[in-house]
Design a protein around this ligand. Structure first.
Ligand code: PMP
Length: 367
């Protein structure tokens, strides 16, 4: 059988090693995963109970409209419920956008490096990607505007950007939206929005009225700690949501994910605590990096991309042997770096000790 020709040279997403597998291979009792920007503090304790209570009647399809969580979010954000599109993770909303708005002959613009699924899904649709290099980890918004031509359909803004952690601030977003042609969709992927503490961060949702070409993506996978349940959403103009909902499978989010997300969304105290603790641990980790003379990108997220004097792979290997899974920059398009998700305080202290030993061994040339 012959697959679409665009699949030539593409490969399926290869997940990192599973914790149990690494434990077995290396004979370690405990592995600390700081590789996928998950929430080390888990999720709201209220979620467990509601999941237990709703874990029944699996013979019935879920509510395809996700009514309860839709009402909760739309009331909270002061938008119409029909402006929301739910996906099996925001990954799936990215897929809806590509399937609905990209065709052969079209192009789409994104930063590089950034979240890889924008390009991956665009290729499947036969569209081409224009990748505009980041400047010190930040989007080159003028470069992205300059790249727009008559075949451009979608521009991806990832703020905070994965893997660097840098945001697009309010004045920059405003200038960009004003200059971008209104028939080009602008996707603002805010998977890590809850962690932002910068004063000049934009309230992206507030621009949708004036710029109906704007789509904002959010997820329950990061600060809400529900990555394993797969639920995220897009907020946009109703006409855009209508289109995206045509591309959506009728029952794409599960009953458990919908109930859990609703309860998690209601527990903003958990989010406040998560963000406070994560940011405290992050700033302490940055102080450690300063002491070690290691540079890093500005981060408004729950991860830090650390610049290294050696390959990211070498630090990755060293930390793995010592029970930590991080993400090597080589795999992310920024060689000589590692992306480290901020974990619990004790784990971060242990990690710091291993990094210190690694650096000392580098100086002694024994790595
Ligand atoms: N956008 C960004 C920037 C991400 O980092 C991720 C997850 N790593 C996603 C989207 C997708 O998240 P999910 O599908 O779990 O909502």
């Amino acid at each position: 059988m012959k697959a679409k020709s665009v699949f030539n040279g593409m490969s399926a997403y290869k997940p990192g090693k599973q914790i149990e597998e690494v434990k077995r291979e290396l004979g370690l009792d405990r592995i600390i995963k700081l590789a996928s920007n998950e929430n080390p503090f888990g999720y709201s304790s209220k979620v467990d109970q509601v999941v237990k209570d709703s874990a029944n009647h699996f013979e019935l399809y879920p509510d395809g409209y996700a009514t309860a969580i839709r009402e909760e979010i739309s009331q909270d954000l002061n938008i119409d419920g029909d402006q929301l599109v739910f996906g099996c993770g925001s990954d799936e909303v990215i897929d809806f956008i590509c399937r609905s708005y990209l065709d052969e002959g079209d192009n789409t613009i994104m930063a590089t490096p950034t979240f890889p699924q924008y390009k991956h899904n665009a290729i499947i649709q036969g569209a081409t990607s224009k990748e505009i290099p980041l400047i010190n980890g930040y989007h080159d918004l003028q470069g992205m505007l300059d790249a727009i031509d008559e075949n451009t359909r979608v521009v991806w803004l990832c703020s905070p950007n994965n893997p660097t952690g840098c945001i697009i601030n309010q004045p920059s977003l405003e200038t960009f939206l004003e200059a971008c042609p209104r028939d080009v969709m602008v996707v603002m992927d805010e998977a890590y929005v809850e962690y932002i503490s910068a004063d000049d961060a934009p309230d992206s949702l507030s621009y949708i009225k004036e710029y109906p070409n704007l789509v904002v993506l959010r997820t329950f996978s990061k600060a809400y700690g529900l990555a394993g349940l797969r639920i995220g959403f897009g907020v946009c103009d109703m006409t855009v949501a209508n289109i995206l909902n045509i591309a959506r499978g009728p029952f794409n989010t599960t009953k458990l994910a919908q109930f859990a997300a609703l309860e998690a969304y209601r527990d903003q105290t958990f989010i406040t605590e998560t963000v406070k603790t994560t940011n405290r641990n992050k700033f302490e980790f940055m102080e450690f990096l300063d002491r070690m003379d290691l540079d890093y990108y500005d981060s408004e997220t729950n991860f830090v991309l650390v610049k290294l004097p050696v390959s990211g792979d070498s630090m990755f290997d060293y930390l793995l042997k010592n029970g930590f899974i991080v993400r090597s920059g080589e795999a992310l398009g920024i060689p000589n770096s590692v992306r480290i998700t901020i974990g619990k305080k004790d784990d971060m202290l242990l990690l710091e000790a291993h990094i210190k030993t690694f650096l000392r061994a580098l100086e002694d040339d024994t790595v």
